[in-house]
Design a protein around this ligand. Structure first.
Ligand code: ADP
Ligand code: MG
Length: 389
């Protein structure tokens, strides 16, 4: 659904349900990550951006101690009683909201009751961070409604904490991008220090398209933990041999090469990927700054190759999606986006060629795996913001 229709739908539903006007309306986006995969926990930078797919929230105070929240897309609702302790419940989606309220209360914010309706056009569970949009948009709205004066960066950090409360131990990238995103800019973010810079993201003759493999392999969590361990092991070996190296950022490829026989092969491959990926993020920023979109595209292909062969977090479906588009000169770059083992590929496609490519790829994917390909066009949009009514 188009965002303007989503806003109208949310507003109408709110007015019809509560028989009153919306007091505050908030738009909270999902996000993509252009480059910098698996290096948020390896001393690297990520390169995310907010997208033009959003969750729309409508709010009003209701002069009670109850928060009534309606999920329009699910046709479900629930209530939080502010006089009671907030706890995790069986209905998962409600916990993101409970998490925010619990966090506000434990930080000493005094709240009153309110009504909230929300609806979304962010694909759920496809790696576009609908969960971050949910937490951050909800908190942003409460902040506006009650004038709590919480700064944007703290909204992102509290959003992350709410997700931890729900039980998902995510990094900060998703919430940061959702809140701090800017139209036509990517954010170069150091996930460790939270230092960041914006870079122009003018893709010129190219458009961003996501192909959703529609698969999620169970390997994800165990592999993630294993990769983290392997990288720690590799870095410890590097530091033992080179006193000046403190993080992967300080380590050159030559230094790593000299230690090839001193570490298990998988550990060496993971470290190789990390050092190359850190370099690719820097190169991607240069490419964006100078408008070298085909160079950016080559970096995406190189990252996919690295994630597949060196970091080994791809799968047949994702490799197929990238290899197939790579044969088409209208696709200048593609890679798996996110943790791996499923989810979407991010593609940079020459304007005008995308329809044919979408059609051909859908058919080829269905023939090969018997799975329906999902497709999302994305543009880079603003971070969480108030929508003037
Ligand atoms: P992602 O963040 O990649 O979309 P997650 O599994 O982290 O995937 O978060 C998705 C969860 O967020 C859903 O299972 C649901 O609980 C909640 N959610 C997201 N969008 C909505 C929505 N429109 N309505 C209700 N719950 C939603
Ligand atoms: Mg999520």
């Amino acid at each position: 659904m188009q965002t303007t229709d989503l806003i109208t739908k949310t507003k109408n539903h709110f007015e019809n349900t509560f028989n009153s006007k919306v007091e505050k309306m908030v738009l909270s986006p999902g996000r993509i990550n252009i480059l910098g995969e698996h290096i948020d926990y390896n001393d690297g930078f990520v390169l995310p951006a907010a997208i033009d797919k959003i969750i729309c929230f409508a709010f009003e105070k209701n002069n009670s101690q109850k928060c009534k929240i309606i999920a329009l897309d699910l046709d479900e609702e629930f209530e939080i009683d502010l006089t009671q302790e907030v706890q995790l419940e069986a209905t998962v989606w409600t916990n993101y909201f409970r998490g925010i309220i619990q966090l506000l209360k434990s930080n000493g914010f005094v709240l009153e009751g309110f009504n909230c309706v929300f609806s979304s056009n962010i694909p759920v569970g496809s790696g576009l961070s609908s969960s971050a949009a949910l937490e951050c948009g909800f908190l942003f709205g409460i902040n506006e409604l009650f004038g709590l004066n919480i700064k944007p960066l703290d909204i992102a950090l509290m959003g992350q904490k709410a997700e931890h409360w729900v039980g998902i131990h995510c990094g900060i990238m998703d919430q940061f991008a959702s809140v701090m995103g800017r139209k036509d800019k990517v954010i170069k973010l150091d996930c460790t220090t939270l230092e960041y810079t914006y870079h122009d993201a003018d893709f010129k003759d190219y458009v961003l398209v996501l192909f959703d493999s529609n698969v999620k392999h169970a390997l994800m969590t165990s592999a993630y933990n294993q990769r983290r361990q392997e990288c720690e092991e590799g870095l410890a070996i590097i530091k033992n041999h080179f006193a000046a190296v403190h993080t992967f950022r300080d380590c050159t490829l030559e230094q790593l090469l000299s230690l090839k026989t001193k570490m298990p092969e998988p550990v060496y491959k993971r470290c190789f990927f990390v050092i190359k990926e850190i370099d690719r993020v820097n190169k991607a920023c240069e490419a964006l700054d100078t408008g070298a979109i085909t160079t950016l595209g080559e970096l995406l292909f190189a990252t996919h190759e690295g994630l597949s062969k060196e970091y080994e977090v791809s799968c047949d479906e994702l490799d197929f999606l990238v290899a197939t588009v790579k044969k088409n000169p209208a696709v200048v770059g593609a890679r798996v986006m996110g943790g791996g083992f499923g989810g979407c590929t991010l593609n940079l496609i020459k304007k005008g060629s995308q329809d044919k490519i979408k059609e051909e790829l859908s058919k080829a994917y269905l023939d090969q795996f018997g799975i329906e390909l999902k497709i999302y066009d994305v543009k880079i949009g603003n971070g969480t913001s108030l929508h003037e009514l």
